[in-house]
Design a protein around this ligand. Structure first.
Ligand SMILES: [Zn+2]
Length: 297
C-alpha cells in the first residue's frame, strides 16, 4: 500500500473552485459512481452543483495527487443521474482506482460522523462544525466531537506451517480469515490480541509482533495487524462469533478474504514465507466484514 498516492488531508477548502475536483457523494453509505468501461470512478467536476442533486452536507477532504477532494451527503430517495449509480464500497473495491477507493473510505466515515453528531452528547444542543479542525463543537458547553475510530486488532497465529483461521457467522461465504476483535478500554494492543485469540479459539499465543495497519471504513475501524506464535492450548470454539476455527496450511487452504484486506496480506505474508503463495487466480472472496461494531453500521 506504500506505493499508493495518499491524500494530503485538509479541512479548509480553497476559496474558489477553479479546477475539476473529485467528488465523493454518498446516499446513506452508498457511493455515487459513474461507469467507465468495466470500471467505475467518482464524478470529477469543478462544482458538484452541476449535477443538480440536493446536498445535505459537504466537507472538504484535501488533495489527492494535487487534485481537490470533497465529500457530500445526498438526500435519501433521489435517483442517480444518467450513467451513474449508487453502490456500496464493498461492491466497488475491485473496480475502482485504489487511491480513490481509500479516499472514499475516508469520506464515508466523515459523512457518517457528521450525520451522527448533529447534537452534543453532553447537553443536547445542536453542534457546529469547527472552522479549522475536523471537529464538531457544542456552542453551549464547548465539548468537541471528533470523528470516531474504533481500534481493532487482527492477528495471524502461526504453529509451524499452519495458521489459525476462523469462519465467522458474519461472513457471507464459506470464507475463513484471521482472528480479529475490538480493543477494550484500558487494554494495550498486545493484551487485546491475547484476549481475543483466547476467547475465540482457546489458544494461548506468544511473541506478538506488529505487522501493519489498515483503515477499515465499515463503519469506522482501524485494523492493527499482528503476527503471533502458538504457545499452548487446544482449539475450543469460543464466543458466538465463529462457526468454525481451525489450523490451515498452504496445502489445505479454505476460501480466503479479498486482496484488499489486511487479513489477506497477513495470510499472504505467511504463505510467501514458505514459498507457497498461490497465484493471482487463486480464489479470493470479497473483503471480510469487520468485527461486530458497537451496534451500528
Ligand atoms: Zn454541549
Amino acid at each position: 500500500m506504500g506505493k499508493n498516492k495518499k491524500i494530503i488531508s485538509r479541512v479548509i477548502p480553497p476559496t474558489e473552485k477553479l479546477e475539476p475536483a473529485w467528488w465523493f457523494a454518498f446516499q446513506e453509505n452508498k457511493l455515487l459512481v459513474q461507469a467507465e468501461s468495466s470500471r467505475v470512478t467518482v464524478p470529477y467536476r469543478i462544482d458538484f452543483a452541476e449535477l443538480r442533486l440536493p446536498v445535505l452536507r459537504q466537507h472538504y477532504l484535501g488533495r489527492l495527487d494535487n487534485r481537490h477532494c470533497y465529500t457530500v451527503e445526498l438526500a435519501e430517495g433521489i435517483t442517480a443521474p444518467a450513467g451513474m449509480t449508487f453502490e456500496g464500497l464493498r461492491q466497488v473495491y475491485d473496480r475502482m482506482d485504489e487511491d480513490l477507493f481509500w479516499v472514499a473510505g475516508r469520506a464515508v466515515q466523515i459523512i457518517d460522523w457528521d450525520r451522527t453528531h448533529q447534537f452534543c452528547g453532553r447537553c443536547g444542543i445542536r453542534t457546529k462544525l469547527h472552522p479549522t479542525e475536523r471537529a464538531k463543537e457544542c456552542p453551549q458547553c464547548g465539548l468537541l466531537h471528533f470523528p470516531r475510530l474504533a481500534p481493532a486488532i487482527i492477528v495471524l497465529v502461526e504453529r509451524g506451517h499452519e495458521m489459525l483461521l476462523a469462519r465467522a457467522h458474519r461472513f457471507p461465504t464459506a470464507m475463513y480469515s484471521t482472528l480479529a476483535g475490538f480493543v477494550e478500554p484500558g487494554e494495550t494492543l498486545e493484551e487485546a490480541v491475547l484476549r481475543e485469540v483466547k476467547e475465540e479459539s482457546g489458544i494461548t499465543v506468544k511473541d506478538i509482533r506488529y505487522f501493519g495497519s489498515q483503515s477499515w471504513p465499515f463503519p469506522h475501524s482501524l485494523m492493527i495487524g499482528f503476527t503471533a506464535l502458538y504457545e499452548s492450548g487446544e482449539i475450543i470454539l469460543g464466543d458466538e462469533e465463529n462457526i468454525d476455527v481451525g489450523w490451515f496450511s498452504a496445502d489445505n487452504l479454505p476460501p480466503l478474504p479479498g486482496k484488499i484486506s489486511i487479513a489477506r496480506r497477513l495470510i499472504d505474508w505467511f504463505l510467501e514465507k514458505q514459498g507457497k503463495l498461490p497465484g493471482e487466480n487463486h480464489r479470493g472472496s470479497p473483503p471480510p466484514f469487520p468485527p461486530p461494531s458497537e451496534g451500528e453500521g
